[in-house]
Design a protein around this ligand. Structure first.
Ligand code: SF4
Length: 377
């Protein structure tokens, strides 16, 4: 039956960074390393509810910056994880990393601990843009770090940000070109968004800067599709490009509606059709776990129709789109019964296309995906 199986994926949130970048609204604390030991103790406690020897096909450590932790701290976290989980033979173990944390010693440690995929927060190869984004590395350092990393952990992904104030198309092309020259098998590209509560939000409101025009952001995105595809990095999800066989398996679990565990502040789990989210405040999450209280702040039981609609929203993120026949088999709803008018509207507008088997976004639809999928809710 749908989603009744035990998850074989787990997400661990590591909420520590050296500095909070001006655009970042993720669940994290900066300059609060004195909380790391308490966090590790709380993770040990939260993980103790899992049982033993649960097999994982994918394990993802995200943040924050997991590599901000020292080797000893990472070792303690891994010990806690592997007291309850074991990795399947064909596992994917990903970790998000900040370039400057990746000393040879730390990379060797991660490799020996089983990490086989690293998602690196590069963001740009332009010095001014990195400074604007408040990142702590410089372009020339990235080349050396990526080479050092790839000599040990080949499956490296670079995160890049486009549509940054002051950025032009040529600048974005140069960043993509450098990324491709590094010969990594996976690249993620994100348009800069300004979230409420961030320092960028206040600065934009004060008129200190503004985002590039939508038209320019669109040109940057379209260029990414064309350029990365021609470099052999296939566009497989709105923001993600990979060489065949290097798609992020963990993220595919989210996009295809399979269950997963989530541990740490702000992390969500999806078990038996129920989504639960831990408290987003690091301090509240810590306090609740330490007091033996539930860290969950929100939960939602999805009805069969909710699950089907959610599957449409996530399914459209994938470039392959939604297989109409398999959708009906899995969710018990006909895609067209649920979404006839939305499909018609967006096919006519050129944002969706229908093949013999699938409904999927067009490249133009990928650019406006958020406003397309809203009609499927
Ligand atoms: S390093 Fe990443 S997670 Fe940390 S503050 Fe910057 S953008 Fe956010």
């Amino acid at each position: 039956m749908l989603n009744q199986e035990l998850p074989s994926s787990a997400y661990i949130h590591v909420p520590f960074c050296q500095h909070r970048c001006g655009y970042c609204d993720f669940t994290l604390v900066a300059q609060k390393d004195h909380l790391i030991d308490d966090y590790l103790a709380a993770m040990e406690q939260q993980l103790s509810g899992v049982g033993e020897d649960v097999e994982l096909k994918t394990l993802f450590l995200g943040g924050g910056t997991p590599t901000h932790l020292s080797i000893d701290q990472l070792q303690r976290l891994f010990d806690a994880i592997f007291s309850h989980f074991q990795l399947a033979t064909d596992y994917e173990f990903s970790i998000e990393a900040n370039p400057l944390n990746l000393t040879e010693e730390k990379i060797d440690f991660m490799k020996q601990a089983g990490v086989n995929r690293v998602s690196l927060g590069v963001q740009s190869f332009d010095s001014d843009i990195l400074t604007f984004l408040e990142r702590d590395h410089q372009p020339q350092q990235i080349f050396e770090i990526v080479q050092r990393l790839q000599s040990r952990i080949e499956n490296t992904s670079l995160d890049l940000i486009f549509a940054v104030p002051g950025q032009n198309l040529e600048n974005w092309k140069t960043t993509l070109n450098h990324a491709v020259q590094l010969n990594v098998p996976h690249i993620s590209t994100y348009g800069l968004t300004i979230e409420k509560g961030t320092s960028f939000w206040s600065r934009q409101k004060a008129g200190i800067f503004d985002l590039p025009e939508e038209e320019l952001a669109g040109e940057m995105y379209e260029f990414s599709l064309e350029f990365l595809n021609s470099a052999g990095l296939k566009h497989y999800e709105i923001s993600n490009f990979a060489r065949p066989g290097y798609e992020c398996v963990h993220n595919e679990v989210y996009w295809t509606g399979y269950p997963y565990f989530g541990f740490g502040p702000g992390a969500a789990s999806y078990l038996n059709g129920k989504r639960e989210q831990n408290h987003r405040s690091v301090i509240t999450w810590l306090r609740r776990i330490t007091a033996g209280e539930s860290p969950i702040s929100d939960q939602e039981e999805l009805s069969p129709e909710d699950r089907a609609r959610e599957a449409i929203i996530f399914g459209l993120r994938r470039r392959i789109g939604i297989n109409v026949e398999k959708f009906a088999e899995r969710y018990g709803y006909d895609l067209y019964d649920l979404s006839q008018s939305a499909i018609k509207k967006h096919v006519e507008a050129g944002f969706l296309e229908e093949t013999n088997t699938h409904v999927r976004l067009t490249p133009a639809g990928c650019l406006l995906a958020d406003s397309v999928v809203i009609d499927f809710l």
